[in-house]
Design a protein around this ligand. Structure first.
Ligand code: PGA
Length: 325
């Protein structure tokens, strides 16, 4: 077959099928009726002369030919997007779009800056997705976004990382917890405490597990919850303790709904980085957004710094421990 006979419309449809892994979800994303989409994929397979997908149960798996086509469709899509940005750049940075992907913990900081950016650059659209560490690394590997804010990616990844902010992890408990008034608690005393854990794939969870492994404690998992918000409620309700990013609990600590336990080794120090694939050319809009993030981050981070400083002043803070990314 001659690939030049493929149409852009067909490629766009196949790109959506490959990205969503489901005909139904791809149809929804493209606002097409599912039978129309299936027919298009069938015609595409006829043009290519090979099956492109295999359906097992409700899931769609790409064949080798399907994977090649999906890769080409991604390249074409990316090229057209860059063309759009280059054309916009001819008119200055004030037009364009930015695709941003941030960690579940970063959503307590960065979205506060979007309003100011949108007001200063009304012609630039910012699309933001929020996910845990594993989800963001998958998006980064697939080059789905312009900018990522996450913990350091694996060492051997070909990416550019610029430090963005500290992400201290703290151990929180309900206000009347017996350990709430104690100082310099030995982490081994936590062996019998029930813990509410984040889901596998979460950087917060991985960091917590590394810490407890290093001190020879196996935390007792009471519940696994895939949301910082829900964990806070569960801890406040008295179900157990949790390790969470300090950025996520600023309000609850200030209101006294949660308390921070003074456990030796805490806070666990993590960092957030602005990450881009090395060699990726940032569009003028994305570059303007990145500059804005760095220029205004202090105002968004101030809240977490102030309580931490106040605690230090009261001599309550335990010595921080460094953690690998
Ligand atoms: P996560 O984010 O727990 O949502 O993955 C925090 C991190 O990776 O530091």
């Amino acid at each position: 077959m001659n690939p030049r006979h493929l149409t852009l419309h067909q490629l766009r449809i196949f790109h959506a099928v490959a990205t969503h892994g489901s005909f139904a979800r791809a149809a929804e994303a493209l606002h097409l009726a599912p039978p129309t989409l299936s027919l298009q994929v069938k015609q595409l397979a006829e043009t290519v002369g090979q099956p492109l997908v295999e359906q097992i149960g409700r899931r769609i798996y790409l064949t080798a030919a399907g994977r090649m086509l999906a890769e080409a469709a991604t390249d074409v899509d990316e090229r057209l997007r860059r063309l759009g940005e280059d054309l916009a750049a001819l008119q200055g940075i004030e037009k364009g779009s930015v695709r941003l992907a941030i960690l579940t913990t970063v959503k307590y900081v960065v979205p506060k800056l979007l309003g100011g950016f949108a007001a200063a650059h009304p012609g630039i659209d910012v699309a933001m997705v929020v996910g845990n560490r594993d989800a963001l690394l998958q998006r980064l590997a697939a080059n789905q976004d312009d900018l990522y804010i996450l913990g350091q990616p694996p060492q051997d990844w070909d990416v550019q990382c610029e430090p963005f902010a500290d992400n201290p992890l703290v151990l929180v408990a309900p206000p009347h917890h017996p350990l709430a008034r104690e100082r310099h608690i030995d982490p081994r005393r936590l062996a019998d405490e029930p813990f509410i854990l984040r889901e596998p794939g979460s950087g917060t969870r991985a960091t917590m597990e590394r810490f407890f492994e290093a001190v020879g404690v196996t935390p007792r998992a009471r519940l696994e919850v895939g949301s910082n918000e829900a964990i806070k409620q569960t801890v406040a309700g008295g179900l157990g303790l949790a390790v969470l990013s300090a950025h996520t609990v600023v309000a609850e600590l200030a209101l006294g709904e949660l308390v921070q336990l003074d456990v030796q080794g805490f806070p666990l120090l993590r960092q957030w980085y602005v990450v881009t694939p090395r060699g990726k050319r940032l569009s003028p809009a994305a570059a303007a957004f990145k500059d804005w993030l760095y220029a205004h981050r202090e105002q968004a981070l101030a809240q977490v710094r102030q309580p931490a400083a106040a605690r230090r002043a009261r001599g309550r803070s335990a010595g921080p421990a460094s953690t690998a990314p």
